[in-house]
Design a protein around this ligand. Sequence first.
Ligand code: KG4
Ligand code: ZN
Length: 340
Amino acid sequence: MIVLGIESSCDETGVAIYSGEKGLLAHQLYSQIALHAKYGGVVPELASRDHIRKLPLLVNAAVEEAGISLSDLNGVAFTRGPGLIGALMVAATYAQGLGLALNIPILGVNHMEAHLMAVMLEERKPSYPFVTLLVSGGHTQLVLVKAFGEYELLGESLDDAVGEAFDKTAKIMGLPYPGGPELAKLAENGDATRYDFPRPMLNRPGLEFSFSGIKTKALLTIESSTIEDYPDIAASFQAALIDTIIQKSLRALKQTHASELVVSGGVGANKHLRAELHRLSEERGFNVYFPRSEFCTDNGAMVAYLGYERLHRGESIQQVKLLARWPIDQVSNSKDSTGE
Ligand code: KG4
Ligand code: ZN
């Protein structure tokens, strides 16, 4: 079975083709970063229009890269939510049109589940059950993955997502959008021990996160500093965020008696997080898995792969019904997955 996957939930247009027999055949990505940079964040209306412009070109390029023709496709998957409704609509309507034209099934998939399963595109895969740390621009969650499609939410952020904390602090420092990777770059030349940022919620039991306090502390620190201090602030701030999500992940492994940890979502591309977890996994005897960095941030490959897994199990939809919010522990709810 060959599946086309389309991602358009935010500011990345991603298209990929996954074959059950041969694996990933093609992967095309167009980032709208330059378009939104001057506004300092994603402008939803501009995002939708740009997805419309780029999507057909990316589909053609993916089909060419895979060395197949459109008629070889056996299904189309698209991101159904969570995301910006106008942006989601672009992939959904395109998928619906293509499904009708080719007379093949289509399926809307959950964006966070796609992030969570992106690691399965790698040669080194985790075995079930495993704990996933999902860290993106909109979510910070710890999820116990018992089997394919069986997710238990262990804890999540009560306020900002960790990627959001990175982005907002970077913006205060005047770094270009999107700030997360820029702040991480600045931190490479900084002294992480110079500023003492709190490790929120670590002194309490449980697996919840909170990043609004540490963000305020960063704002106050930046306001009373000069630009020469920024690398040290960035390094200290990053160390506190990364330390917090790592400590909670270790706690989740202990609580669930799991020995496999997967990190997914945009912040999973962070080099400091990856290095620290590799070091700790050797020291403490657990296994850690990451998707390659380009599949941590938004992409079509994760949608094509998850779409394949669900379509080849016989799932499909008749009607498109998008969801701006769609909790990960409700992905297997039959009402949601059939769109009825
Ligand atoms: O998963 P993603 O591409 O989109 C969402 O679904 O949100 O995640 C984007 C988030 C942004 O907040 C971005 O700043 C952050 O991931 N991010 C990083 C890095 N690369 C992306 N944060 C820290 N370090 C990075 N290297
Ligand atoms: Zn994402």
